[in-house]
Design a protein around this ligand. Sequence first.
Ligand code: FAD
Ligand code: EPU
Length: 334
Amino acid sequence: MKFSLKSYNTFGVDARCKQLVPIDSLDSLLQALEAHSKTELFILGGGSNVLFVGDLNSTVLLNRISGIDVLEQNSEEVFVRVGAGVVWHDFVSWSVDKSLGNLENLALIPGTVGAAPMQNIGAYGEEVRSYITKVIAVSRNDGSIREFTPEECEFGYRSSIFKHALKEKYIITHVDFKLSKNRVLNSSYGAIQGLLEERMIERASIKDVFQAVIDIRKSKLPDPAEIGNAGSFFKNPIIAKSEFENLHAEWPDMVYYPAGNDHIKIPAGWLIDRLGWKGKVIGNTGCYENQALVIVNHGNATGLEIYEHAMKVQKSVKDNFGIHIEPEVNIIGL
Ligand code: FAD
Ligand code: EPU
């Protein structure tokens, strides 16, 4: 197979595919759906949440559908439709430049707008589901267009219907958002508050929070242009309170957050770190030195090597804490 996906995935894995086809409009997408059998196609945005464990016997569609259009506005909000191929951070920057709030805590998340609903991207106390008003997608089956309300998207923590019941059934072409003209900022996340105080900013603007999030992210997470990674490899596990209480008695320094009345969320990064994985290198792969939850490609690792590293980490957490940690990254070709 001829085409390398190395520069199309942030792990920098040199997997191959049959063909690479950029899609820049609804028409070009419909043409591609007609020209290929539906099982033969794989849709890719920025490649920042995929791990290719082998070559793909597929034609890869690169989503490049562009455009940010204002649909309507009132005294409180502006409603916009954004092409699925727009780079997520470019859209966030566009909104911040116009002093429109809601997305500033989600600055600098890699990838495209079309992939944002896939796992309901989130960071720094916010999730995109709060600001999505509609997801427009094309059925891979028959090319029909369907509009999903936020309820129909079944958003959850790092999840949506597109990652589960409708996995690989739809290609998202546009996403509608509501942006606020009178945003009440959410700077409650410790690190944001700390940085604003350090900068002696008392009345923070949307831009201040946006910049703080960018600076915090740059200090914590590896830049995929320098070291291959896909952000958090696993989701943070959510366990029953009773199970947590037993574990907490054994590991009193365990970091945790309440998740509803009966459940507790534990940072997977803490679990992995506590077992000595942070900074650990195995061949070409490793757990990042500043964030154990981020699995990195130290050189020319194959997708399979990265996967095997992840499975060792997963087993170690299961053996020591009895907790199953589920990959957040989409593992392709297993
Ligand atoms: P891709 O990796 O291209 O695709 C991901 C999945 O979605 C694939 O299964 C693909 O087939 C499917 N897909 C892509 N586009 C479409 C479409 N248009 N229609 C249907 N299916 C589609 N995520 C967070 O939530 N919060 C973070 O803070 C965060 N930080 C990160 C930091 C780093 C350094 C990195 C590398 C990643 C981080 N991520 C984070 C993960 C990633 O940025 C998000 O999951 C992002 O939304 C992926 O976008 P993408 O376009 O790169 O998707
Ligand atoms: N921790 C450690 N050691 C580590 C890493 C983390 O002890 O090596 C502990 C620390 O105590 C820290 C806590 O875990 O306070 C949480 O760590 P961090 O604030 O870095 O957040 P996270 O839970 O690891 C989540 C998201 C990130 C998102 C950040 C900020 C998941 C799976 N990950 O990470 O999203 O950017 O919060 O909100 O929910 C992604 O999805 O790819 C991603 C990067």
